[in-house]
Design a protein around this ligand. Sequence first.
Ligand code: FAD
Length: 885
Amino acid sequence: MVGREAPVLICHSHLRWDWVFQRPQHLLSRLAREWTVIVEEEPVFDDRPAGLDVLDVGGGVTVLRPHRRADVDHDLGRLVEGYVAMARGRRPLVRWFYSPMFAAYGDRLGPGQVVVYDCMDELAGFAGAPAGLKEAEDRLLERADVVFTGGRALYEAKRDRNPGVHCFPSAVEETHFARALDPDLPLPADLAGLPRPILGYYGVVDERLDYDLIAALADDRPEGSVVLVGPTIKVDPARLPRRPNLRYLGQKGYAELPAYLKGFDVCLMPWALNEATRHISPTKTLEYMAGGKPIVSTAVQDVVRDHGDIVLVARDAAHFLGLARQAPALFDADREEAGRRRAKGMGWDGTADAMRRLVEGKLGEGRRRPRAARPPQSTRSLIVGGGPAGLSAGLHLDDSDFILADRHDRAGGLCRSIVQDGFTFDYAGHIFFTNDPYVDGLFRGILADNFHEQQRESWIHLYDSYQRYPFQGNLYGLPPEVIKECLLGVIKAGRDADAPAGNANGGRPLNFLEWSLRTFGEGITKHFMQPYNFKVWGIDPARMSSDWIAGRVLTPSLDEVIDGSLRRGRGDMGPNARFGYPLRGGCEMFVSGLARRVEARGGEFAMRRSLVSIDPARKRATFRVGGRGEGGELRTIRYDRLFPSVPLPELIEAIDGAPESVRKAAAGLPSTAVVCVNLGIDREKVTEKHWIYYPEGQDKFLFQRIFVQSNASPHTAPPGHSALTFEISHSKYKPLPVKGKRAMVEACVAGLKRTDLWREGDQVAFEQVLGMPHAYIPFTPDREGRLAVINAYLHKLDIYPIGRFGEWKYVNQDGAILSGKRVVESVQADGKLQPEAAAPAPAEASPPQKRPLAVAMSAEILGNGHGNGHANGNGKGPARLAADL
Ligand SMILES: Cc1cc2nc3c(=O)[nH]c(=O)nc-3n(C[C@H](O)[C@H](O)[C@H](O)COP(=O)(O)OP(=O)(O)OC[C@H]3O[C@@H](n4cnc5c(N)ncnc54)[C@H](O)[C@@H]3O)c2cc1C
């Protein structure tokens, strides 16, 4: 701690220190490296007069164990308070709660307290929960300055109960449990001789386990052993199932666990699915992973969502037995490696550090005013939107006085993923590539070994044949008469380019359509450029400007066009011929890692906050708690400067008193919506391709692209299945031809059946429909002018939009990250936003070239004309493939 005396932490816990070594011990022993840590346990009753045992348990932790005679009442709280007051002196005090039941008396300890509730279980759901627990927790949640939750489900249950709730799922002491991999580590005597396979569990043996399942497992594996290691509480040992091959080995020390883990062939998490387990985030998941073991679990929410890509999660009891049998085979080297990597990346040190920083941020603030008055929170920097741009803003702010608000339950924006029924889908497949070294470093640093690179296989399906992408360089495979038409068009366009061009646009093409005709001629424009671009952008290319094309659409030379019509190319042209994707967990693995880095900086994450209004004069933003469409309460945050990545038209709508000229400018910015139909097919590897474009009419193919999610990573579909995302754009110019989710699914399946991806006998095993109201930003001729009006107004108010929808430009996640970085750094350095450096106009840009087709392929060929010239966010560097189209 800089400039302040280290605090004294008094922890109120219902768990005895020398009982099972778990979250409190891991965290408190680490906090004790810098702070004085005292743990108050529940009283013991014996014959001694009332008093306090003060136990030095090592590592800087002192345990206070009050005692009294059962029949003589005594204010033991006073004794604890006296001790703490003496130990504390004038130092700040952190009161850290595991049990809300201790809450009352500590308030007498005086000012300078920060109250922390580390909520690791939904205690009220446990058997034998004391009366009044719920009310005590309500008071604690109201009183706490910071609340930590031990997992996602708990976070979701508490996040609206206090403005400072942070999710810190269980972590792991990886090196300790990796000892299970040590060939020299001897097996414990009570395990060594048991018949194999050994299906093992360690942890508390209580009402949270499914004993019918455990008995069924023992019956199913008479040749092997089912082993439960841990203390038995709150269940009657006489009522536990008994089988010859079912062993209860009792409690073991933390130091002994790796040896037991080593002896397990399959690790079990046979949780009963009930109130007591609805919110658990089992610590042992990562411990089992650190030991490189196959894990089979029942479908506990947090296990499925956080680790469903590694843990084998059973649908029901029969499935559990099946998975337990197949676990050693299903748990291949990839899965084991991924588990060990995850465990390595989720240590208690990082968690304790991040918590310590959050608490230190609160120290010295003094006691909070009563919440009933709900004074506006105040922050230097308010970030609205937790997608890549907002996260990047949080990462690059030079102080931790920021709040990041988002209407969703977690950060990530369009780069989140959904894990369901063994499938992992993105909001349209999100691949990773960039030509910016800084972002490349972030991608690789955060994803580490989970970053899986491969050679791109992108194709176009037209007239029942496949061409490699991009179209204009790969005519091979099309019907001969189409190739002829395309080639003649290209040759004529080249000749016409020699003739002087004149029009109202100073000779430059009036629009995208005209640019295509001049550059590629009639054939390529008619067969691909026009229909495909209309299908994707949802707006006719004749309505789109041509000034954005520079550096995004590559024009192959005539030689190259001819060459590409005579033979199949290798499909490896351009800098992103290789792309990355997380092997496990979907594209969200990157943004979730990024969010952890941002959260560790100490800023506050305020999730499920939908921006509803901004009072620009008083610099106050008001949010509805509970996400969009929910009628939650309103909360206001005062800011010095605002960094929103909210879509611009919605942002302007929310600003009180925005001038009519600005409102009009924003209302005229068109965007394209996308619907994703995600299908699971019950056959592995329906194709080798990564994605396929479908330029033909929507009556034949409703979708413009199929992204083969299970080829980005095989772990996004259950074994024996493929995962496909069908992308369908729509806009006011191109409404959806079918309405309703069912009809969309049916139309996609009908289209799929017209391709060779479908075989007789295939079944759709999974379906899901996701909508993105803002997805693409089409370039229209008046875009720049509208943005100039809007930004001149916003910047004066210290509102600096960021990201794809804030800056209203066509960027991928790398561009969004650089947008957040550039804007924040510029405002920090100069107190205002400096204009972005203009992109240098590439050689093939308009004004039209005399001989456009003679320009060499200097960068990526962009088959659809939707490259991402801003992929590096500053407009510099070579153009990149528009991967999201
Ligand atoms: C179909 C499709 C495919 C794509 N494929 C790729 C790809 O393969 N590779 C790639 O790199 N990029 C891809 N992208 C682009 C990528 O998704 C975006 O560039 C990136 O998500 C932009 O980040 P952002 O932070 O600017 O915006 P977003 O990710 O949209 O984040 C904005 C955040 O603001 C929040 N928000 C909005 N309104 C409010 C409000 N009123 N109150 C509170 N919060 C609000 C949202 O909840 C969201 O979290 C694709 C995009 C699409 C649409």
